[in-house]
Design a protein around this ligand. Structure first.
Ligand code: NAP
Length: 314
């Protein structure tokens, strides 16, 4: 069984095709024949050694990848699920060691996968689970009421784009950043106001929200440059857990691993795609043999939509 993995940390060139033992679904588990595996920024951090300490006692190959879409091909005996062999599904993968999304077959807990959205290809479906759940988590943490104002940085990105769309579906007023090249895209996602991205993001947001916004989701990880946009006592959601003691602001660490096993939330995202509230964006596809090229492209910045490794043509 093929996967893409690494034996030592480093540049994109450390990614290589690896042979992995076949696995089977036990009770409570489902096996997916993977069609599509997305390439996310976190995969590049893993590749570069960001989790080297945590993996110290784990034997390589390390398999990156945090979401997949494919077809159910085995259900563990006695597993409670309404899925059947042959169903098209998508899932977030909380990767660890050789359990990662870059593999052509993966066994997952039945409570972490759901049907793929009707009308979407499996390649498109693969782009939803991890970043959609992360966006959902940031919004849940901020817990704003309809009519309150949310600012989103990195709004043209995968996480930021989902935050914008889910926030609009929650009834929030959304101020989002964009370069001039991305302005039309971010508007099309539903942002009420688009401000220029940059190091002066806090001042740009204050120009349109002088009292400060009720919450901010910081997809571009601008942290101290962005926090000035938040009103006293507002909320700040950081994808990397940044925060301090400032003006009564409540800082939230968004960590999507906390939303593992939340098929209920993922299924709601599926319905929001089917209802046209959430858009799936694919930038490009690559055969698994070209995973290194996909990493190079992601690290070159400017990708809009997700890069996807395709194992089988759906
Ligand atoms: N903690 C978690 O559970 C979790 C889960 C998902 C994602 N994340 C993290 O969330 C972040 C965003 O992920 P993503 O998939 O949305 O990445 P992405 O698709 O690359 O989007 C990031 C966006 O931010 C923009 N950006 C980067 N630096 C900027 C700056 N200094 N000023 C303004 N805009 C800037 C990027 O523009 P350019 O392309 O032009 O640079 C891009 O539009 C990543 O750090 C990722 O690791 C964390």
């Amino acid at each position: 069984m093929r996967g893409v993995g690494l034996f030592e940390f480093g540049g994109p060139e450390v990614l290589r095709m690896v042979d992995l033992p076949e696995t089977h679904a036990a009770a409570g588990e489902v096996r997916i024949r993977v069609c599509a595996s997305t390439v996310n920024p976190t995969d590049t951090y893993l590749r570069k050694g960001a989790r080297a300490e945590a993996l110290r006692n784990v034997s390589p190959p390390y398999i990156p990848g945090m979401d997949v879409a494919g077809v159910v091909d085995e259900i563990g005996e006695g597993t409670a699920t309404d899925l059947a062999v042959g169903d098209a599904v998508m899932a977030m993968v909380v990767n660890s060691g050789s359990h990662g999304g870059y593999r052509e077959s993966i066994v997952l807990s039945a409570d972490s996968l759901v049907r793929a959205p009707a009308g979407a290809t499996l390649i498109e479906a693969a782009t939803l689970p991890m970043n959609g759940l992360t966006a959902r988590q940031s919004l849940d943490q901020l817990a704003l009421r309809p009519g309150q104002t949310l600012a989103v940085t990195g709004a043209a990105g995968c996480y930021g784009g989902y935050v914008v769309q889910l926030a609009k579906a929650d009834g929030l007023v959304v101020i989002a950043d964009a370069s001039s090249a991305d302005e039309a895209l971010v508007r099309s996602l539903g942002a009420d106001v688009v401000v220029p991205r940059g190091d002066d993001i806090a001042a740009q947001i204050r120009k349109v929200a002088p009292q400060g916004v009720d919450g901010l989701a910081d997809g571009s990880f601008q942290s101290g440059l962005a926090v000035g946009a938040v009103r006293n006592g507002g909320g700040f959601a950081s994808v990397r857990g940044w925060g301090g003691d400032e003006r009564g602001i409540v800082f939230h660490r968004t960590s999507v691993r906390d939303y593992n096993h939340r098929a209920d939330l993922l299924d709601r995202l599926r319905r929001q795609v089917e209802d046209g509230l959430v858009t799936l964006r694919v930038a490009a596809t690559f055969p698994p043999e070209q995973a290194a090229e996909a990493h190079r492209r992601l690290e070159a910045k400017g990708t809009r939509g997700r890069l996807v490794l395709v194992w089988t043509n759906p």
